[in-house]
Ligand binder design. Structure first.
Ligand SMILES: Cc1cc2nc3c(=O)[nH]c(=O)nc-3n(C[C@H](O)[C@H](O)[C@H](O)COP(=O)(O)OP(=O)(O)OC[C@H]3O[C@@H](n4cnc5c(N)ncnc54)[C@H](O)[C@@H]3O)c2cc1C
Length: 283
């Protein structure tokens, strides 16, 4: 097991400064604190961890400034009934100069603890989070998007990965052609990405009450049926990134394998579990 000795992440203590409902399924929470000026500027799909208090407050030992190895040790030794819940999020709009960052929360129905926290968040609420410290010298820690020399990319995401899509698309060079496949509960949720998807090829498919990740997998299968051979033939000039419900990931990987696309040209990632869960997804 990793000891997180080399992690550049430290614990930040933040306060909600604003909340904004973006669409039926999304709320944007703005967090502020002077010490966020020390957070490395966010890149692409880079993840951070948020820590949700259990029973109203954080254990005294979890202090701002603790490095990841230290806060993990403290967190593990906290009794179950007080141990904060960890969840992964994408700080796609960090503004270190202003000591601020935005997190976009997809509000799962029924709410899990993080969605419930976000739905009820008010200015003044506290949130501890772990993110990269600017002085640690590893600003790309936790970035999974690694297209290398690809000039043709496929991005497939359900709502939990929209903030990653929001981080990835503006990072593409002018010679890169992207296809973006989005699963959505409502068209209005998918439309929250209109500003970053403009100019790219975009397809949205509504879930229509079917299990999360199913519509996305069907879209990826349809895309590969039409373009899979060309993508496989492109070798390292093709790259695919897909994130959705964790039980759909094996199926997604199989689709790329069956299309003869080299595994190293594909990143797939479980972003959430379609069931109650105490622990986070850690990858
Ligand atoms: C690298 C990474 C980055 C991510 N970035 C983002 C991001 O920026 N924004 C974002 O919104 N998400 C993001 N996610 C996903 C996010 O971490 C998950 O969606 C998270 O688990 C949500 O936590 P939760 O406590 O709301 O729900 P969980 O407790 O994790 O539960 C998930 C869902 O399970 C079901 N469920 C839970 N409890 C019950 C119950 N009692 N009965 C029936 N069903 C239930 C519900 O559908 C529930 O909402 C990211 C994930 C990863 C891995």
């Amino acid at each position: 097991m990793s000891t997180f000795r080399n992690s550049p992440n430290v614990l930040f203590e933040t306060t909600v400064t604003a909340t904004r409902r973006l669409s039926p399924g999304f709320v944007r929470i703005t967090l502020g604190d002077d010490r966020l000026r020390d957070m490395a500027p966010h890149q692409r799909d880079q993840r951070i961890k948020i820590m949700l208090p259990v029973g109203g407050d954080y254990p005294a030992g979890l202090r701002a400034g603790l490095p990841e190895q230290g806060w993990r040790r403290e967190w593990r030794s906290t009794p179950d009934r007080e141990r904060p819940l960890l969840r992964s999020y994408t700080a796609h709009r960090a503004r270190p100069a202003a000591g601020e960052l935005d997190l976009d929360f997809y509000l799962h129905q029924p709410h899990g603890p993080a969605s419930g926290w976000a739905a009820g968040a008010r200015p003044g609420d506290r949130l501890m989070l772990s993110g990269p410290h600017v002085r640690a010298g590893q600003p790309g820690y936790g970035v999974q998007w690694e297209p290398g020399p690809a000039t043709r990319v496929l991005i497939a995401a359900d709502e939990t990965a929209y903030p990653a899509v929001r981080g990835i698309l503006p990072s593409l060079g002018p010679g890169v052609r992207a296809t973006v496949l989005l699963e959505a509960g409502t068209a209005a949720d998918a439309a929250t990405l209109d500003d970053v998807t403009a100019g790219h090829s975009v397809e949205v498919r509504l879930r229509d009450g079917v299990r999360g990740g199913t519509a996305l997998a069907a879209m990826v299968g349809d895309w590969l049926a039409e373009h899979g051979a060309a993508a496989a033939g492109a070798g390292s000039r093709f790259y695919a990134w897909a994130a959705t419900e964790s039980s759909r990931i094996a199926h997604l990987r199989r689709l790329f394998t069956e299309a003869h696309i080299a595994p190293e040209r594909v990143h797939t990632q479980g972003y959430w579990h379609d069931r109650p869960t105490r622990e986070e997804i850690t990858d």
